[in-house]
Design a protein around this ligand. Structure first.
Ligand SMILES: [Cu+2]
Length: 207
């Protein structure tokens, strides 16, 4: 910064000439050049630190989410007060490409799912956390709902009155259908809300 300040001093012969006094007001010029030098110095130093930092920092990995889409989504399963059907909310949602964590807050009542394919798949580590406990094979005695994304091989089980969390990689953008495969309609294995969009099936949009 000092080099800049010294680059344009008033000529040695200036003081006696009024023009030089106007063009080169000694105190203001010095202050201004010092300020300019300081700013330039900070900019250069800042740029240097950024360059140094980016040189040190590893290239960003594919995880977590690479895009503006959320990397954590919370879904709630509760009884719709109008229809009386259990309902995933939201049923249609977006996630960012990359590693995504999904939390399912299941407020539904306990039920059994005798024909359950109760092995967790498609998730990081092949597990889901049920109330914080990593679980790879879920007991079928209280699976109220499931969260399945067939095209991604995701099979997550949701016991009633639990909080389930899992992470998975969504490495392709696009729309993917999720569904619950538990017979949560009660009346028959295929009764509503089974297969009803907005209740037990919906769309994940990977952006
Ligand atoms: Cu269900």
């Amino acid at each position: 910064m000092s080099a800049k300040a010294e680059a344009s001093p008033p000529p040695a012969s200036a003081p006696a000439d009024p023009i030089y006094q106007v063009i080169y007001p000694p105190t203001r010029t010095k202050t201004r050049f010092l300020a300019l030098g300081l700013v330039l110095g900070l900019v250069v130093a800042g740029g240097g630190f950024l360059a140094f930092g980016s040189a040190l920092a590893p290239a960003p990995a594919a995880t977590p989410s690479e895009t503006a889409g959320p990397s954590h989504v919370v879904l709630t399963i509760a009884i719709n007060p109008i229809t009386g059907w259990p309902q995933y909310t939201p049923a249609n949602f977006s996630v960012g490409k990359g590693e995504v964590t999904i939390t399912i807050v299941d407020d539904d009542v306990p039920m059994a799912f005798p024909g359950c394919q109760c092995n967790v798949s498609g998730t990081l580590g092949g597990v889901e956390l049920i109330n914080g406990t990593p679980t790879a094979l879920v007991s079928n005695t209280n699976v109220a709902h499931t969260f399945d994304v067939p095209s991604l091989g995701i099979n997550v089980l949701s016991p009633a009155e639990t909080v389930v969390t899992f992470s998975a990689y969504f490495n392709e953008t696009g729309s993917f259908t999720w569904m619950c495969v538990a017979p949560c309609g009660g009346a028959s294995p295929t009764a509503p809300p089974m297969g009803v969009p907005g209740y037990m099936t919906g769309t994940i949009t990977v952006v």
